[in-house]
Each structure stands twice: as structure tokens, then as C-alpha cells.
Design a binder for this molecule. Sequence first.
Ligand SMILES: *Cc1c(COP(=O)(O)O)cnc(C)c1O
Length: 393
Amino acid sequence: MNFSVNEKGYYGPYGGAWIPEMLYPNVEELRRNYLQILESDEFRREFKNLLSDYAGRPTPLYYASRLSEKYGAHVYLKREDLTHTGAHKINNTIGQILVARRLGKRRIIAETGAGQHGVATATVCAREGLECIVYMGETDVKRQAPNVAKMKMLGAKVVEVYSGNKTLKDATNEAIRDWINHPVETHYIIGSVVGPHPYPDMVARLQSVISEEMKVQLLEKTGRDFPDAVLACVGGGSNAAGAFYHYLDIPQVRLFAVEAAGEGINTGHSAATTVLGKPGIIHGSRTLLMQDTDGQITEPYSISAGLDYPGIGPIHSWLAESGRAKFLWATDDEALQAAFELTRLEGIIPALESAHALAALGKIPFGPNETVVVNLSGRGDKDLETYIKHMKP
Ligand SMILES: *Cc1c(COP(=O)(O)O)cnc(C)c1O
């Protein structure tokens, strides 16, 4: 089975470019140029240098001995939390700003949930000297205050969004509206493997550096360049796509994607798209989507702003449907517990999003000699307020 995108932008029945006519020239320009840009020696050299000297790559692959003891397998953490700005998002924004420059764009827009993508975008815009406008739901502005302050300090304009439940989906709607109104000079840096083709494929390629490094690091540490299992959380699915990328065609590697179940799958407060969703169209792509019987999007919920999204990228809909990846979920409480556990066992405070992946360690039976990699997508600084609220005395 093929897990690469086809020329039309589809993974099985999912993907495509479902966009209004006004956006066609912009998206088509990107589609015609992205592969040539990403594969050019000049881009690859600049991207690689910035990933190493600016973002701090390669990120370590850390053997978590106390976590390993607890779960009865060899557990490694891929430390995306140690990158500049604190999450995997920087890999994508560095790549896309280099693409935007090559397309001659001077104005950058972005959406953000947890604020990590907003900060990563504001960061590369500062470095490049480009105008930056970030759309963010009012709910998220409140729960991720440190990131809002960082974006402003970096010179970005943060536009609060008051529609829907004022989170990631609504911020994305607003960013797309801006894009439609400024279709020529603007590049929209989408923060995950979502949106119209070619975004899901472009973002997956830019994030694939995660599994590219894992191969080298595992070979060095275990004598084999692949693990038995890879775990990653899924909001839109970019850190998971990057962590899975080079293992998609190696069937021995079990892939586990972990969604946010919020207060529980059937509570009406959840974001577990593969359980609750049906095929539909959101933000330019045909994919699994939480919706009611009239096709209206259901408001998602998760304690973690980065996973609070009613869809998933089309590649993940296909990985779920084909069975190549197994989709699991973790509730708010399970994620909080996993975050406190990692902090106490390994001295690492994870992002709430990443804590969902950690929470799945207890849901998978592992053999004692199995090698397991958890993609630790980000650090927990931005979530401290939430952690303090839930800390047991
Ligand atoms: C944004 C974010 C996520 C979710 O986005 P994906 O595209 O699913 O990776 C996960 N973890 C962290 C730390 C994030 O900032």
C-alpha cells in the first residue's frame, strides 16, 4: 500500500485541494514549485544549516531508564522539546520561510493553537525581516499567555479570534479569510500536515528530519536503524508524520498515533477525530472530521490547545483507515498524570500535547526487549499554569 501523496494530493481517498477560486493561483504556484525548491541543493544546504546552527538539531535520542523500567521495554525519547522555541514546529517554519523567500512573498500569516506554531513563525519572520500576522482564538490567548507575549516581543501582530469556541479551528478559518483577501503577496505558513495540497506533503517532508535522525541515532545505540514501535500525539499530525515518515514502508515498525479524548470519548468534550469523525472537508482538505448529522463541524475539546482540533491531516485519515498506524487516545486526566510521571521519573517537563503520547505507553503491551521511541514533541513551559492548577500538594 502506498502512503505517499499522489500527483493530485491524495492519500487513498483523503486530501486534495478543496479551495475557493480566489486562492487557486496562490496554491497552484506553491504546488508547481514546492518539490523543485525542497529538492534543490541550495535549499537543502540552507535548511540543513539553519536546522543545526539555529534550531539546535539533531535533537538527542534519550534512553529513559526509569520510564523503561516502569513500562517493561526500552523507551527512548526523541527530544524535540530541546529545539529552539521548544517544539518540533520550528522545523516546518524554517523550511516554509525559505520556500516563501524563493517565491518572493513579503507577508507571512499563520494560525496557532498552543502558540508554539505562532512563536515558531514569528521567530523565523524576525530572522528574515518579514511582516508576520498570527491568528489565535481568544480561549487560547488566555490559556497560553507566555507564548502570546513572545510573539509580540518578536514583532508579530497577534489577532484574537472570537468565532466558534475560539480555538485552533476558528483561528485557521480567520487565517484563510486573510489569505483570500491578500492572495498575491502572502504566504500562509500552515502549522501542521493539514490544509490543501501541497501543504500536507510539504510539511511532512520538512518534519521528516525527525525520523531521519532517529534512524542514525538508533543504529548507533541499538545496532538497528528502526525501533519496534513509535508513539506520537496527533493534533493535525505533523510531529507524528515526521516521526513516522521514514518508517512508513517498514512493516515491522508499529506506529501509534495518540489523539486527545478530552474529558472522555462520549462526553461531548473530546477531540478524538478517528473515533468520532467521518469523512468531510475542512480547511481545504478531505479528511476525517468531527461533525453532526447535518455535516456541521462539532466543536472539539482538549485541555491541550495544540490538540484541540476537529480534524486530522489526510495522511493520518489514511494511516488509520488502512490500519498502517494504530490510533489510540488519552484523556485530559491521563495526559496530566503522564506529564507528572515523566517529570518525576526523568526530570523532564513535557508539553501537554506530548504528554498524550506518553500516556499511551501504559495502553500498549510491549515485549521486554522491544525498542520504543516516544516523540517528545515539545516542552512544558507554556503549560506551567495548567500544571500548577492540577498539582497535588
Ligand atoms: C502543535 C503541537 C502539537 C500538535 O501538532 P501536530 O501537528 O499534531 O504535531 C503537538 N505537540 C506540541 C508540543 C505542539 O506544539
